[in-house]
Design a protein around this ligand. Sequence first.
Ligand SMILES: *Cc1c(COP(=O)(O)O)cnc(C)c1O
Length: 461
Amino acid sequence: RNIPPIHELLNDNKIVAEIEQHNISYEEAKQSLQDTVQSLREEILNGEFSNISVEDLFDLVIEKTLKQIEEHKMHNLHSVINGTGTILHTNLGRARLATQAIDHVVNSASYYSTLEYDVTTGKRGSRHDLVERYITNLTGAESAMVVNNNAAAVYMVLSSFAKNYETIVSRGELVEIGGSFRVSSIMEESGTQLKEIGTTNKTHLFDYEQAIHNDTKMIMKVHTSNFYMSGFTSSVDREDLASLAQRHNLIYYEDLGSGLLYNLSDQGITDEPVVKDVIAKGVDLVSFSVDKLLGGPQAGIIAGKKEYINALKKHQLARVLRVDKMTYAALEETLRLTLTNQVEQIPTLRDILKDSSTVQNEVMVFLEQLKDLNQLIVESLEMKSKVGGGTLPEVELDSFGIKVQCRVQTAEQLSQQLRTCSPPIIVRVENSSVMIDFRTLERHEQDEIKKALQAINNRFK
Ligand SMILES: *Cc1c(COP(=O)(O)O)cnc(C)c1O
């Protein structure tokens, strides 16, 4: 009975201000109030708020309603600050795009564009032509095309060329990539017969040779991406597989996973070969992700011999798996930056290549500006960043960051509080402390973390 009537609540100053300020309709506000009142009524019937005064109850309804309206206004997809030190964090959207790529997306999305139009002839063009030259220049492949992601690329290659035939793969390469994407499952789904050969740790050329018979169409090599084996292992060189396939009139296809276009071995980071070197070994087709080490939007690239790529472009699946203009725009600009040696503009590569002393300096500046915290203990700490996204599992990048402990809260509670900041700050919790790796943080993100730590500290004063 003490719950105030809706019409009275709707006249409350705060609600009226919210309606005026934020473009909220009267109906929306009314609906939010009704929802709040309804759930409050249930809570009261369950024995909660038994001693609450009429005034406090009124305020409570208003407060809860404003919170609900705020939550509704927030997008479900919004930015977060990645303090985990994992550069390509699968759950946090993998690669962030270069500013130039974003500008190109905005421009292509805002206006009509040449997506399938040739301005020279005034006739219909093909979206396949938008980025093919960049890819062939960067990889040395004869031809290339783009699909929705690398999983789609694998599916399309197998389904187009090896459906109802056999594809030979080494047991050591039948990996699960994460998010329950299994190479073996996608192969089965494509309609090819999976012919597993060798053992987990060793596969020899004769294993491949012996498996070839009339129904064989393809030899496939899969990058083991997110794990690596050491010790008593061996796999067959791609040159040998390429020539074996050629002798038997088979297609030799490699799923490269992340597909490196920029040579990271010169920097001593990994000895992973660049796509160009792979193609040079005589591989017929390769496919790789665009939002892994390439640092672009979600997409997959298929590159290789012209006769195969032409067949793929004409396949019905090309329509099913095609990408839209925003993806092309982001991809074109990312490839252009790679081709013109401006990879430091691509956040993924910039962060991989960042020197640990640069990261350390940023941590020192941060700590200098963060004084008089009496409830939080913040210290600098050496750490190791991961590239992530199922790439370069053996690589650990020397990095720096901060370790935060709270005198009155557990690390889990602190991490939860950081997640409720706006934007949410995502951290690592290790050995009962919160760890924030600075490798992936831009200056304004560091400022947000500073503000958040100060605010949390002040809460416990
Ligand atoms: C990541 C990966 C895939 C899937 O690529 P998406 O672009 O995420 O679809 C397929 N194969 C390998 C070997 C990978 O590493």
